[in-house]
Design a protein around this ligand. Structure first.
Ligand SMILES: Cc1ncc(COP(=O)(O)O)c(C=O)c1O
Length: 347
């Protein structure tokens, strides 16, 4: 028998499907939609989200590393998979064996992919990532031609994708930096055209914020992460969309995190709550103890800051979040009782 759960997350498939559909409509039929399911689908469960996203029409699945890509293949996913993070040289054979696309920005990786292609006697589609200002992964503008020429002379390599990533598209309502990155990416496309002629690769740059804000970032494939899960990338993105008169997508948060009350106690005015005596009651209070602390992922910085929902009403966290417990004030929620469900995140 499974032990009863003290805290759990619920993920709404209908919310994920709705959000994906909203992006599908925003992108139009021609632009491919890559569901970013890396890092356990932002905590929502990678295999479950990938299944829902694929059913709802995601064309690509985007992950961070080869382990995630392999887990998707093992689970039977046939969609193209893009690994956006680093694949070490000794992982390249597996990536080719499993038909996983590797975002590439080192010549050594290109050579390793070519060797793997030769070993398995199959073509290897490559995605080159170009540096446009984020100064994370990426090929410098001056080096791009060298990479393209290396692909040209490698019998098993083909350029399938050309990609970049925005540095400052959701943190500001001033999009001049993003505009400069769009321009730099345009120059990279020109370089590709000058080497490859009409054999144009898939161009992809957009994350959620870019897809929401600028149609011209949609290009051939958009990589949608945070907003697939129902969140606006930032307040600035929402404000910018409003300012630009963009139709606001209705996004539905998919995840909620819940626990249940372990104890309710009467605490008289002037009493301390929790370690360090950091909170002192200002009235006679009812305090509920929740079996969730920072070990379970309830951040210690939420001490005396966050609220939870009990019977749909906000109850403030009082005192320090402990390792496996925290305390909330339910004085204003008279119905609160032991074993009642509490919403830590969500509605
Ligand atoms: C390269 C790349 N593309 C796309 C995304 C998705 O971004 P977002 O979650 O803002 O949609 C990420 C997320 O970190 C990323 O690293």
């Amino acid at each position: 028998m499974m032990a009863p759960m003290l805290n759990w997350v619920e993920v709404r498939a209908d919310a994920l499907t709705h959000n994906l559909g909203a992006f599908r409509a925003r992108l139009g039929e021609r632009v491919r939609l890559g569901a970013v399911v890396k890092s356990n689908a932002y905590g929502h469960g990678m295999l479950e989200v990938a299944r829902i996203a694929a059913q709802a029409g995601a064309d690509w699945l985007c992950v961070n590393n080869l382990d995630e890509a392999s887990a998707l293949r093992t689970a039977g996913f046939r969609e193209p998979i893009l690994v956006m993070g680093y694949v070490p040289l000794d992982g390249l054979e597996e990536s080719v064996a499993r038909d996983v696309r590797v975002v590439t920005y080192n010549l050594g990786t290109l050579d390793g992919l070519e060797r793997a292609g030769a070993r398995f006697a199959k073509p290897v589609p490559v995605h080159l990532k170009v540096e446009t200002g984020t100064h994370r992964q990426g090929i410098a503008e001056r080096d791009l031609a060298t990479f393209l020429e290396r692909i040209e002379v490698s019998p098993h390599l083909t350029l399938e994708g050309l990609t970049t990533h925005f540095a400052n598209i959701e943190d500001s309502t001033d999009h001049s930096f993003a505009e400069a990155q769009i321009a730099a990416f345009g120059r990279a496309q020109d370089t590709v055209a000058s080497v490859l002629g009409s054999r144009a690769p898939l161009r992809h740059a957009a994350c959620s914020a870019a897809a929401l804000l600028f149609n011209r970032t949609h290009l051939d494939l958009a990589r949608i992460g945070i907003s697939l899960y129902g969140m606006w990338p930032s307040r600035e993105t929402l404000v910018s969309c409003r300012e630009r008169g963009r139709e606001l997508l209705e996004l539905r948060p998919a995840l909620s995190w819940k626990t249940r009350i372990a104890q309710v106690k009467e605490v008289s005015e002037g009493s301390y709550v929790g370690y360090g005596c950091t909170y002192r009651t200002t009235r006679d209070s009812r305090i509920a103890v929740l079996p969730v602390g920072y070990f379970e992922g309830y951040d210690r910085r939420l001490s005396s800051v966050a609220h939870v929902l009990v019977h749909g009403r906000r109850a403030p966290v009082r005192g320090r979040v402990c390792m496996n417990m925290c305390m909330v004030d339910v004085t204003d929620v008279p119905a609160a009782a032991v074993e009642d469900v509490v919403v830590l995140l969500g509605r």
